[in-house]
Design a protein around this ligand. Structure first.
Ligand code: DX5
Ligand code: ZN
Length: 214
């Protein structure tokens, strides 16, 4: 079980302080939410901020690209320190090619499904993947309400992975909290992203431990 705090909810004017907090914490991954204002209705940060975070951490850098034409920027995010790069199914026309291009950079490859995208679209590429990311909110903003049917999608993804013999991990992103973490792990999730739940907690490090102990 892995918790991946999203720096989208960090204090951008105190990013080094917040990354150092994550370094001390039991979070194994750091989740990097890149938004372009086109694929999603919000702009966050991009390559230079990702590279700046990398300088201050040895944690696994989990980069979630919420951008159109992600294939243009794969090598740049790898150079900026991404250990895993996830692209949205909905943003990529030639998904098989894009997955291979992520792997060619040396990064692990993930595919993200929006809430309304069914799991079965991954049937043919699942053996290629290191990660399937199930969105449990519509992407674009931190602090949104968890969409309950995401839990069923995690179970469907787990079944697909088991049937195909894939070694892909399952990650869930959006509205994760102490109230749904247990059901998500039970359904087959390996990694839970947590933005608001961690950074708005009075003691973020303790919240990470609580999420791991649900
Ligand atoms: C949503 C992002 C998420 C988000 C998670 O577009 O992909 O990673 O920041 O934040 P919380 O945990 O606050 O929903
Ligand atoms: Zn994300």
């Amino acid at each position: 079980m892995i918790i991946a705090p999203s720096v989208l909810s960090a204090d951008f004017a105190n990013l080094q302080r917040d990354i150092e907090m994550l370094n001390r914490s039991k979070a194994a991954w750091i989740h990097i939410d890149v938004m372009d204002g086109v694929f999603v209705p919000n702009i966050s940060f991009g390559i230079p901020v990702t590279a700046a975070i990398k300088k201050h951490t040895t944690k696994f850098m989990d980069v979630h690209l919420m951008i159109v034409q992600p294939e243009k920027y794969l090598q740049a995010f790898r150079n900026a320190g991404a250990d895993l790069i996830s692209v949205h199914y909905e943003a990529v026309t030639h998904l098989d090619s894009c997955i291979h291009r992520i792997k060619a950079t040396g990064a692990q490859a993930g595919v993200v499904l929006n809430p309304a995208t069914p799991v079965h679209v991954l049937k043919d590429v699942i053996p290629l993947l290191d990660l399937v990311l199930i969105m449990s909110v519509n992407p674009g903003f931190g602090g949104q309400k968890f969409i309950p049917y995401a839990t069923q999608k995690v179970a469907e993804t787990k079944a697909l992975i088991t049937a195909s013999g894939s070694s892909a991990k399952i990650e869930v992103d959006g509205g994760v909290s102490l109230s749904n973490a247990r059901e998500l792990f039970n359904a087959g999730a390996d990694v839970l992203v947590a933005g608001n739940a961690v950074f708005s907690a009075p003691d973020p490090e303790a919240m990470i431990e609580k999420l791991l102990a649900v």
